[in-house]
Design a protein around this ligand. Structure first.
Ligand code: ATP
Length: 307
């Protein structure tokens, strides 16, 4: 089956800065995929190349089999991109913006779908409002609507929920999940890792312009070793042996990393010997955020997850 997105050996240089260092990635049709990485890892640069907004220094990208350079029009028709930056034309209303965007893709009778998008993104009240009068969150909704107006097979969202309220987040994810169920491929970048964990099947993590991890969310979480425990104690000072296990202090809790339940017994013994009592204790399940922190700070080697 033709991959939704096929990225081969993509490099991008800005002068002496090597922003993308030979990225290879295939995203299958129908996936809900997360592209994660710290600030400056190269996510937006890669998305701009996928969208045909920037040229790779070398390498190739295909969308549903169409090369983004030599088959730009076909590739672009397959793709809807929600950019990170709020770019809009201040002279149009919301509806005019969407009608205009439809025209760009040669879709003349698109009002039914435009109404549906407006409804799902809760823009009905603002449909006839001029773009420049909208709040930031409302403008972001229109950006999402604009990306969906030509019913693209592949939808790429670059931090769509950055700085938006809970209501839009929920509405947006409901709508995007429904589109994914209907067969659309979704690629998402986000710094909200719980969003990626809940929504996505597979994850790639970019670090300094290279993909360091490519695996399913489930594998990444199950391959992580150890647990974290949160302890509220009768004292703030831990015995020395336990200080070595401390990851952080969080709202009056000590957070410790333990290898397994046998080490939990050692923690109890050390606290008992120091006559420190436990006021509250929680064992935290590993999550995608923990995987991300460990991998990005290089303290964990997830053999099966590394590419
Ligand atoms: N037009 C440009 N000219 C020069 N350098 C650029 C340009 N665009 C991006 N960069 C640099 O490329 C690197 C990657 O930037 P990019 O925006 O792709 O990262 P990102 O992973 O999307 O980060 P964030 O999470 O902050 O959005 C950064 O060091 C950035 O400064």
């Amino acid at each position: 089956m033709t991959p939704a997105i096929e990225i081969k050996q993509v490099h991008k240089r800005f002068g002496t800065l090597h922003t993308l260092c030979g990225v290879d990635l295939e995203i299958n049709a129908g996936e809900f995929f997360a592209l994660l990485g710290p600030n400056g890892a190269g996510k937006t640069t890669l998305i701009n190349i996928i969208a045909g907004l920037a040229l790779a220094s070398s390498g190739s990208v295909r969308i549903m089999g169409h090369d983004v350079v030599t088959g730009y029009r076909e590739a672009r028709r397959m793709l809807g991109v929600v950019p990170q930056e709020l770019v809009f034309d201040p002279f149009f209303t919301v509806r005019e913006t969407l009608v205009f965007q439809s025209g760009y893709f040669g879709m003349k009778k698109n009002n039914g779908w435009i109404d549906e998008i407006i409804h799902h993104l809760d823009l009905a009240d603002k449909a006839d409002t001029n773009m420049r009068l909208l709040s930031g969150g409302m403008k972001r909704r229109v950006l999402v609507a604009q990306a969906l107006v030509h019913k693209p097979q592949v939808i790429v969202l670059d931090e769509p929920t950055a700085g938006v309220d809970v209501e839009l987040r929920k509405a947006l994810w409901r709508f995007i999940t429904q589109l994914n169920r209907n067969g659309h491929t979704i690629v998402l970048t986000t710094h909200y890792l719980e969003e990626a964990e809940t929504l996505c099947n597979r994850v790639a993590m970019l670090k300094n312009g290279s993909i360091v991890v490519l695996d399913s969310v489930r594998n990444l979480i199950s391959n992580i070793s150890g647990h974290r425990i949160r302890l509220r104690l009768t004292t703030d000072t831990l015995p020395t042996a336990l200080q070595l296990l401390t990851i952080s202090h969080d709202q009056g809790y000590h957070v410790l990393a333990i290898e397994g339940y046998s080490q939990l017994e050692n923690v109890m013994t050390a606290l008992h010997a120091a006559q420190i009592q436990i006021l509250d204790m929680q064992i935290l399940q590993p999550d995608l955020e923990e995987v991300f922190v460990k991998l990005m700070h290089g303290t964990e080697n997830l053999e099966s997850a590394s590419v």
